[in-house]
Design a protein around this ligand. Structure first.
Ligand code: ZN
Length: 160
């Protein structure tokens, strides 16, 4: 069975950056399950999986535009330090979930001093060229529920 729209796919993947540093992997955990064709995984990865079948193993390079997007410098902002007064130990690298334009967004502290805090709402992998090692573990037809919900159920997928 080949991967196409409305298949549930189980994959093992390892994601590395340009320097070969491992950013994420499913190998220490269970394979990732996803519903193919609904954009629930990165576009570059979904395109590469189209037509593959169980046992296929491949490596792909995903440029930012098909990955987590290019960095957008307008997503950086400087806010007064008082807004973070409940965090006396605020430091670069800390992340917060904040409402932005009606959506919960992760922002990263890039700089903090006594007066102000610089926040970056870019995805931490925005602008990064991604390298995936992928192994297709299973391909099956999605159930009607999975198609209605737009995600995979069961092992590696959503549990309700
Ligand atoms: Zn569901």
């Amino acid at each position: 069975m080949q991967i196409s729209a409305n298949k549930v796919v189980l994959v093992d993947f390892t994601l590395k950056d340009d320097h070969g540093e491992v950013l994420d992997t499913s190998v220490d955990d269970e394979p990732m399950a996803y519903l193919h064709g609904v954009g629930s995984i990165l576009p570059g990865l979904e395109q590469a999986l189209e037509g593959k079948s169980v046992g296929d193993k491949f490596q792909i390079r995903v440029d930012p535009e098909l990955g987590f997007g290019e960095r957008d410098e307008t997503l950086k902002s400087v806010v007064p330090r008082e807004q973070f007064e409940e965090f006396p130990d605020l430091a670069a690298g800390m992340q917060f979930q904040v409402p932005m334009n009606g959506e919960e967004t992760i922002v990263t502290v890039v700089d903090a001093d006594e007066d102000s805090v610089t926040l970056d709402a870019n995805h931490e992998l925005a602008g990064v060229v991604l390298h995936f090692d992928v192994v297709v573990r299973d391909v099956r037809d999605a159930t009607a529920d999975e198609i209605a919900h737009g995600h995979a159920h069961g092992a590696g997928g959503h549990h309700h």
